[in-house]
Design a protein around this ligand. Sequence first.
Ligand code: UD1
Ligand code: CA
Length: 415
Amino acid sequence: MPRETAAVIMAAGKSTRMVTEMPKVLHEICGRPMLAYVIDACRAAGIKRIVCVVGYRKDEVINAFGREPDITFVEQKEQKGTGHAVMVCREALASFDGDLVIIAGDMPLLRHETLELLTKTHQAQNSAVTLATAVLDDPTGYGRIVRDSYGNLEGIVEESDCSPEQKKIKEVNPSYYCFNKKLLFEALEQVRPDNAKGEFYLTDALHILIRAGHRAVAITAVAAEDAMGINSRLDLALVGRVMQNRIQRNLMMNGVTIVDPENTWIDVRAEIGQDTVIHPFTYIHGRVRIGRHCSIGPFAYLRDGTVLADDVVVGVFTELKNSTLGTGTRARHLSYIGDAEIGERVNVGAGTLFANFDGERIHRSQVGHDTYIGNGSIIVAPIQVGQNKQIPHGTVVKNDSNGSAQNCSKQGGAS
Ligand code: UD1
Ligand code: CA
C-alpha cells in the first residue's frame, strides 16, 4: 500500500523584492491568488493534508483560505530560513507518519503531474529524500544541483555559497522535495545557520541525510517554464502570461475559438462553451459562464457573475456584471448591463444602460423574453419589464407610483 503523503507549503516570507504591503502569495495570477494554484496542485496530486507556513500578515492569508478543511496554518513568527519554516510544523504533523512533499507558495506554475511523479519515484526508490529539478539556460538565483561523476546527487549549493565553477551548473533546485517525514525532522535538528545568509536551510537537511548514508534521488522532471517562481512584479507579469496561455490553450482544446490570444485575457475561473468565438480585446474577469455558440467582443468586458446562455451576442464596448442573458439575446454595441436578468431573444439596443446604483444601493432589473429595447435607453432599477415589450429609442424606463414599468408598450403597439 502506498505511504500517505502530506504537503508543507512555505509561504511565510515578506518578499522585499515585490515592494508590497500585501502578502506575496495573495497577489493574483489570472484571477486567483498564486497560493491557490499551489494548493490545487497538491489536491490534484491526491494529497489530503496540507500544512501552510504563514508569517508576514498571516491573518490575511488565513482569511483567504482558512475555511478549507484540508489546510492547517502554522505560524512562523520570524523567517529564519526554509529549514526553520519546516521545523515549526513539527507539532502540526506530530501524528503524521508518511512522506512530506515540501514546496514554496510562490510557484503557481507547478503541475500536479510533477508532484505525482515526485511522490511515486520517492516511494518506488524507497529514498529518504527525492527532489525534482529543472535545467535552466539562466540558473541565476537558484540553488545548483551538484552530482558526482556517476550522476548521483551530492547536494545543493545556494547561489550565495557557489564557487565560480558551481555557478555554471545549469541544473537547479526549484524547491520540489519529497522527504521521509521522520528522517527529515531528525536531520533538521542538526541544521545550523552557518552560511552566507545566516539562515536554517532546508537543503542542509538533505546534506545531512546524504552524509548519514540515506538514499537521495534527484529527477530532472520540472520543465523550465514551471520552475519560474515569483519574486518581483516583473515575475508576476511573466508567470501571469504563461498561465494565461495555459488557460487559453485549454479552452481552445475544448472547442472555443480565440481569434487573437495575445490580445485577450480570460480569468481562470471562467467557463466557456463549445463553438463560442472570443474576438480580440475581450477581457473576462471573475466567475463568468458563457454558453455554446456565443459571440463575444471585440472589446467586450465581462465581469464577475456574468452568465450567458447559448447563442448570445455581446459586442463591441459592452460591459456586463452580475447579469444573466437568456438564449439568443443580443447586446451588440456600447451597453452597460449591471445586475440584470434578461430573458431570451431580447434585443438590447446600442447604448442601453442599466442604472443599477442609486448612490447608496445596488438594485436589480428584470427584462422578459422577446422584449425589444431601443437604442439609447436607460433602464432604472429596481424594475421589472415584461415579455414582448417594445421600448422606443431614447426611453428612460422606470417604475411609476404603482410600481409598474412606464414607457413600454406591447410589441407592435403605439408608444
Ligand atoms: C530556495 C532554495 C533554493 C532554490 C529556491 C527556489 C533553500 C535554502 N534554498 O532559495 O535552493 O533554488 O528556493 O526558488 O531552501 N520561506 C518561509 N520562511 C522562511 C524562509 C522562506 O516561509 O523562513 C518561504 C518563502 O516565503 C518562499 C520560500 O520559502 O515562498 C522560498 O524561500 P526563499 O527565501 O525565497 O528561498 P530562496 O533563497 O529563493
Ligand atoms: Ca525565492
